[in-house]
Design a protein. Structure first.
Length: 386
């Protein structure tokens, strides 16, 4: 029997038998271990030598899938953040199969506990999808949202196709999945309109930290992750004004225009943190830092702003039919840009979208209202005579 190419992970796997370690924290810990790419090349050498994947176990196949490189340009392969998300989802599914297989009529064989994916059948995929729709594991003990189900389904389906293409499993189980597309009716209403954005900025104008983030996010359309990763050296000035270079999805770089009053908001933010804002293209320190002078993690920043938004005593925020989140600020940028006459292509570029269809999701309800046939009636004699 060959020495495991992922010795630390495999030993951890066997030592605890997966029955006791796969809590939420344990999944995060194992995902962190498996994010280390150092064994990937060695595992490819094993595959080249044996011309098969049958010497590997399930954890190692997850590792190979997540770190798979499809392009010579490293920027076009999965980012660490994407890998981390894939690892957490696949390890969670792995945990469900081993510890809660009875939920989908699946009983893994004790002797083959490290190769449960090889034991899956079509009926297990069907029952897994049915179970996913009803299990109360979402936020607040509720069922998963359609968007969450869709994400989990896509990752699991892609992984099973990878296993089939590698001949690790002998059935095309990925073909058994029902569609899990997110339709417009399933999307929470995250739209934010010009007057509402102004209300938010006014509400927090005396809070330089929250106001600073709101000002930047609403006027640039930046993602939370992009701001968390921004450095002082990414902020520059030319004859047009201030620019902030950010790294988006797929490691794509783009520049965001920073208006003078937004730059002033950034300076107020940094002053509150005890920092100067002198532009320096050699200063790689974070542009935004916590009260403890540490860089924000994007999850912490997202949670911080989510809490701030929910605490705003504004009618549209407290509306139960609305879902005002940090991502709403990005929707707000798109809607305000459209209000100012920007076309869809320029908005798409500013947001860093690859497809216009994605940008249209941000503007769909706005466009429906703006282009509604009822507007043609406004000056009609019929309406005036009602």
């Amino acid at each position: 029997m060959r020495e495991s190419s992922l010795m630390d992970i495999s030993q951890l796997h066997k030592m605890h038998h997966l029955k006791t370690i796969m809590s939420k924290n344990d999944i995060s810990h194992m995902a962190k271990l498996m994010l280390d790419k150092s064994m990937y090349s060695h595992m490819l050498d094993i595959i080249d030598a044996t011309d098969n994947y049958n010497d590997f176990n399930d954890l190692e196949m997850i590792y190979l899938f997540v770190h798979e490189e499809k392009d010579q340009d490293e920027r076009k392969n999965r980012t660490d953040d994407t890998k981390r998300e894939y690892l957490r989802e696949l390890l969670w599914i792995y945990h469900i199969l081993i510890n809660h297989g009875n939920e989908i009529a699946f009983e893994p064989r004790t002797l083959d506990i490290h190769t449960v994916f090889k034991q899956l059948q079509r009926q297990h995929i069907r029952k897994f999808q049915d179970w996913l729709k009803t299990v109360p594991l979402g936020k607040g003990g509720k069922q998963y949202s359609i968007a969450t189900i869709s994400r989990k389904t896509v990752i699991f389906k892609d992984f099973l196709q990878f296993l089939y293409d590698c001949d690790y499993i002998n059935q095309p189980l990925h073909q058994s999945f029902k569609s899990a597309q997110v339709h417009m009716r399933d999307r929470p209403n995250r739209d934010l309109y010009t007057d509402e954005a102004i209300q938010l900025l006014t509400y927090y104008e005396s809070h330089p930290i929250i106001h600073g983030f709101l000002a930047v996010l609403l006027t640039t359309g930046a993602r939370i992750r992009e701001l968390a990763q921004a450095r002082l050296c990414d902020l520059t000035y030319d004859s047009e004004g201030y620019w902030l270079e950010v790294i988006g999805k797929g490691n794509e770089r783009r520049e965001l225009f920073i208006f003078p009053n937004v730059f002033a908001a950034i300076k107020r933010f940094r002053k509150r943190r005890g920092l100067d804002t002198i532009l320096d293209n050699h200063d790689q320190s974070p542009l935004f830092i916590t009260a403890r002078h540490r860089a924000y993690s994007y999850k912490y920043l997202s949670k911080y702003l989510s809490n701030a938004l929910q605490k705003a005593d504004l009618p549209f925020v407290q509306d139960q039919k609305r879902s005002i989140t940090p991502h709403s600020l990005r929707h707000g940028f798109a809607i305000i840009s459209a209000d100012q006459g920007a076309d869809i292509y320029r908005i798409m570029q500013a947001l860093g979208h690859k497809k216009i269809d994605t940008t249209m999701i941000y503007l769909e309800k706005y466009q429906q209202r703006k282009n509604h046939v009822a507007h043609t009636w406004k000056q009609s004699s019929f309406i005036k005579n009602i």
